[in-house]
Design a protein around this ligand. Structure first.
Ligand code: ATP
Length: 346
């Protein structure tokens, strides 16, 4: 039975659909990440699950029970939102333990959990400080601690790491993930950061304009994007997307592109790192236009007739602008999309 289940959930603001018939299921213990650009409806989705918004249509179930109209306090969830929402007059320890006290957790147990949580989040030396005496990042960690300390198994998080500096953010990603696994938490985590999504998610839900584009594990999402939107959104440098129209456009590099461009009006998708230098005659001839040397490898911008193509090649090859190369790729590296619908072709 899914821990969180949404069936065709829509939420409108005036005439704008913030979420549009969203259906999904998250299994107990799963770390599910909602990923998408600003304004795509991620926060609205989270607020619907939390009960902070009511859907205009559709059904929400938590652990098999209808929760569509259940008030937030009765959903047995904890939440970490971008705003810290700490009590200014309480110190860090009191903020952390506030919820436990309300729930009448014993004093000994409260202090044991406080110690564990403070250690985990590096808050041990800050326990007597008030929120106003903390940096933004430290405040966010206290907010995170408050969600974790209660031991609720389902936690909703809206960009909880966005105020941490890059190094801490990276450490926290790993810690949060192993913490979630250790405590067997079900997490619904919102971010617009693809590295966070791919690095943390057991499953990633990609949203675009209120709709779900794809729900998949990170590898499938990266290797087999379901749509042009997902293909464009995930990956740095991004996937090469080459429009394959019939006719003269193809003639310059015909022998390689033709065998996959069986139909018209398709888009060929190729990850830069799946392109390699091959012997002449076995691939497509390109001219190097620019090279970004990165040490182990180099991102090489090339041109093949009308097509611009970027390839991640070994840095030791030292390709130079103006040089001619022959590039190829394994057949399984090819993604094909319908140019009109944007959908992946089988
Ligand atoms: P971000 O990453 O920028 O936080 P998001 O993906 O979380 O964006 P939402 O906050 O869910 O997006 O907003 C989805 C859409 O609904 C946006 O177009 C937003 O302007 C609109 N919206 C959200 N809340 C309201 C509201 N209370 N009233 C009117 N429109 C709203």
């Amino acid at each position: 039975m899914p821990a969180i289940h949404l069936d065709a959930v829509s939420k409108y603001y005036a005439h704008h659909r913030a979420t549009d018939a969203v259906s999904l299921g998250i299994e107990p213990g799963q770390f599910a990440v909602v990923l998408g650009p600003s304004g795509c409806g991620k926060t609205t989705l989270l607020r619907l699950v939390a009960g902070l918004e009511r859907p205009d249509s559709g059904r929400i179930e938590l652990h098999g029970k209808d929760a569509t109209n259940l008030p937030p306090g009765r959903r047995e969830l904890s939440m970490v939102f971008q705003s810290y929402a700490l009590f200014p007059h309480l110190n860090v320890a009191e903020n952390l333990m506030f919820g436990l006290k309300l729930r009448r957790v014993s004093r000994g147990e409260r202090h044991r959990r406080l110690k564990d949580t403070a250690r985990l989040l590096g808050l041990e030396t800050l326990l007597t400080r008030k929120p106003s005496q903390l940096s933004g990042g430290q405040q966010q960690r206290v907010a995170l601690g408050r969600a974790i300390i209660g031991g609720r198994r389902t936690v909703l998080m809206d960009e909880p790491l966005s105020n941490l500096d890059a190094k801490l953010r990276h450490e926290m990603r790993r810690e949060l993930k192993s913490l979630a696994r250790e405590l067997d938490m079900t997490v619904l985590y919102v971010t617009h950061d693809q590295a966070e999504a791919l690095g943390m998610g057991d499953v990633v839900i990609v949203m675009n304009q209120g709709r779900i584009e794809q729900i998949a594990d990170p590898e499938t999402l990266y290797e087999r994007p379901a749509s042009l939107f997902v293909a464009r959104f995930i990956g740095t440098p991004p996937m090469n997307l080459l429009p394959l129209q019939s006719g003269p456009q193809l003639q310059d590099c015909e022998h390689t592109l033709n065998f996959i461009a069986s139909g018209e009006n398709q888009v060929l998708g190729l990850r830069p790192e799946q392109i390699e230098v091959v012997e002449y005659g076995n691939g497509i001839e390109v001219t190097v236009e620019a090279v970004e040397y990165l040490g182990a490898d180099a991102v090489v911008a090339c041109r093949a007739g009308p097509h611009a193509l970027s390839a991640r090649l070994p840095g030791r090859l030292h390709p130079q602008p103006g040089e001619r190369l022959c590039l190829g790729w394994a057949p399984h590296a090819v993604n094909l999309f319908d140019a009109d619908t944007g959908c992946r072709l089988p």
